[in-house]
Design a protein around this ligand. Structure first.
Ligand code: TXA
Ligand code: MG
Length: 297
């Protein structure tokens, strides 16, 4: 499986690979053909930048012009893992990957298959989530198959352990901006940095469509509520108390409920979760997947 993936990538093709967060659609960052195929396959607009996947700090450093001490500390604390660092890009990284932005998102995935493929091709891999633009991200081989069928070679790595996409942060000399919340939260990020003067704040990136209002959306109407409604023709998911379990289940539940013989989807969310830092990433995805919100309307 890994050999086949290696061959495809070295031949400028793309492959769906498992990571600990969600499945990615991967191609060499040095192949314009592969990068173009990623955008085309995903039906993704060219203004949405791709994340570059590496085996570690050594492979990351040449991709940026400003790998500072904060980066070292964050990589030490969280890599391999679900944290993407957005840094000034080196000129070797093409504008196609960064959508013309002067910065590049870099992450080292915590998955043996993903790491093995990057290592064996000795190439950083551009990989967005392996779903069509604005749709729910895939957390299993079956999900990827449902998106692309036989068009894409998929490596089966079972169910993704984390379940939602990485935390994306902009790292600057005096501050860190969280562009996309994920399972690594602001408290953990603060703790990992020795320079306590560095400010950490949430700021959805205006340049990143991951921050679009509607994303991760099922076909059916999705409503968030405080209590189950018991209405007929409704598929209901009660969000588990454990953020780890909730994140792991989230996208499979959305897909499953979308396929059930019902008319709409209800997601029941304990009010206390709303103020919990550990639920930030999950709430962000629910907020974008919903059509209605009985909390706010
Ligand atoms: O967990 C993940 O991050 C997964 C797995 C496959 O690694 N990947 C993923 O990629 O979620 P994607 O393309 O679906 O989301 C990447 C998002 C972009 O939409 C954008 O929000 C942000 O990362 N991003 C990437 N490069 C950026 C940049 N230079 N500046 C700001 N945001 C950036
Ligand atoms: Mg995505």
């Amino acid at each position: 499986m890994i050999n086949k993936a290696k061959e495809l990538i070295l031949n400028e093709d793309i492959v769906a690979i498992p990571t600990e967060t969600v499945y990615g659609l991967a191609g060499s960052i040095y192949s314009a053909v592969a990068v173009e195929k990623i955008f085309k396959t995903k039906e993704r607009p060219f203004f949405d930048p791709l994340i570059v996947h590496v085996t570690g700090v050594e492979m990351a450093k040449p991709l940026t012009t400003n790998w500072n001490q904060t980066c070292d500390e964050l990589a030490k604390a969280f890599w391999p893992g679900p944290l993407t660092l957005v840094l000034p890009k080196d000129e070797s990284v093409s504008d196609m990957i960064t959508s013309g932005l002067p910065s590049v998102g870099i992450r080292c995935p915590n998955h043996p298959i993903a790491l093995e493929i990057i290592k064996s091709t000795n190439t950083p891999l551009a990989a967005p989530s392996a779903n069509k633009f604005t749709k729910t991200s895939p957390t299993s081989k079956e999900h990827v198959y449902a998106e692309f069928g036989d068009d894409i070679y998929i490596i089966d790595g079972g169910q993704c352990d984390i379940g939602i996409e990485s935390t994306v942060i902009g790292v600057f000399d005096n501050e860190i901006k969280i562009y996309r919340p994920g399972m690594i939260n602001s408290c953990e990020i603060k703790e990992a940095i020795t320079d306590k003067n560095i400010k950490v704040s949430y700021q959805e990136s205006p340049v990143s469509p991951g921050a679009l209002k509607h994303h991760y959306m099922p076909k059916k109407k999705v409503t968030l509520l405080k209590e189950a409604s018991n209405l007929p023709n409704v598929s209901t998911w009660i969000v588990p108390k454990s953020p780890q379990i909730a994140a792991r289940e989230l996208y499979s539940r959305l897909r499953m409920m979308d396929e059930e013989n019902t008319e709409e989807i209800h997601i029941v969310l304990d009010e206390n979760f709303k103020s919990q830092e550990t639920f930030k990433g999950i709430l962000n995805r629910l907020d974008k997947a919903k059509t209605f919100d009985h909390y706010f309307v």
